[in-house]
Design a protein around this ligand. Structure first.
Ligand code: GLP
Length: 260
């Protein structure tokens, strides 16, 4: 795992560099998009690069990591709506080529299988953007999730619902109890992963992810199993890492550029 400690602005630029690299080198790049506050600066940076003509998403496809179950089609906190607002509407990514898990399907099990099939039919995800929950969740794979899991319905923990209540006007009752999420096995299938985390509230989860055992108790620790995972942290999120000096040195003295 490549661990980079830098400012949130530099993290956004580095993640945008990785996205730009995929967009340039592939005819039909497949991006994996995350929601939450962590990737917002990346989407701002990509929108800026698109506006100045540096980056085009023409030909790209995108798959969302997860979606709440039961939020009405017009709800502003549906992850599909968030991604539309924060990225798709600001760049030339064809909305018809952006897919998310269907949290309104009558048959959620069939919808999960169809979603896995759609990712497979697109040839898999080239670059997956990720955040991490304060409890170590990845997408909506809560602690205890199978490390080999595929897209399925998960019950959200009380902590995750409380953390996400801020997006629902601090009304805990308005936060859905379930979500459809790509599984940890699904996420590991992406060819490259880039995870962003900021703030002291993420420091415990980040330490478990980077330096703890690979364990279902910290779903994000599956990144240790991926051959090409980059973790972009601010100082606060990195503050509990024992090996931080080594990670800084390895980044300074790297032999291969981040987009190599
Ligand atoms: C949600 C999402 C995750 C995200 C996490 C962290 O629960 N399902 O994909 O990583 O929140 O969110 P934030 O970046 O807002 O801290």
């Amino acid at each position: 795992m490549e661990v980079v400690v830098c400012s949130p602005q530099d993290a956004a630029r580095l993640a945008a560099d990785l996205v730009e690299h995929e967009l340039r080198r592939r005819r039909e790049p497949v991006l994996g998009l995350a929601t939450g506050s962590s990737p917002l600066r990346v989407y701002d940076e990509l929108a800026r690069r698109h506006a100045d003509g540096t980056v085009s998403f023409a030909g790209a496809r995108a798959f969302l990591l997860d979606e709440y179950v039961g939020l009405a089609a017009g709800h502003p906190q549906r992850y599909r709506a968030v991604v539309e607002r924060e990225l798709v509407s600001r760049v030339d990514l064809d909305p018809a080529r952006v897919l998310g898990p269907d949290g309104l399907a009558d048959d959620l099990v069939a919808a999960c299988a169809a979603y896995e099939a759609a990712i497979g039919a697109a040839g898999g995800v080239d670059l997956q953007i990720l955040g991490i929950g304060a409890d170590g969740h990845l997408a909506f794979n809560e602690p205890g999730s199978s490390l080999a899991s595929r897209t399925r319905v998960k019950l959200l923990t009380d902590r995750t619902r409380a953390d996400n209540a801020r997006f629902f006007g601090d009304d805990l009752d308005a936060v859905p109890r379930h979500a459809v999420t790509q599984g940890l096995g699904t996420v590991l299938g992406a060819r490259r992963l880039v995870l962003l985390a900021q703030g002291r509230a993420k420091a415990d989860a980040v330490r478990s992810m980077v330096e703890g055992p690979v364990a279902a108790s910290c779903p994000a620790s599956v990144l240790q199993l991926h051959p090409s995972a980059t973790v972009l942290l601010d100082e606060a999120a990195a503050s509990l890492l024992h090996g931080v000096d080594y990670y800084r040195a390895a980044w300074r003295e790297r032999l291969v550029p981040i987009c190599g």
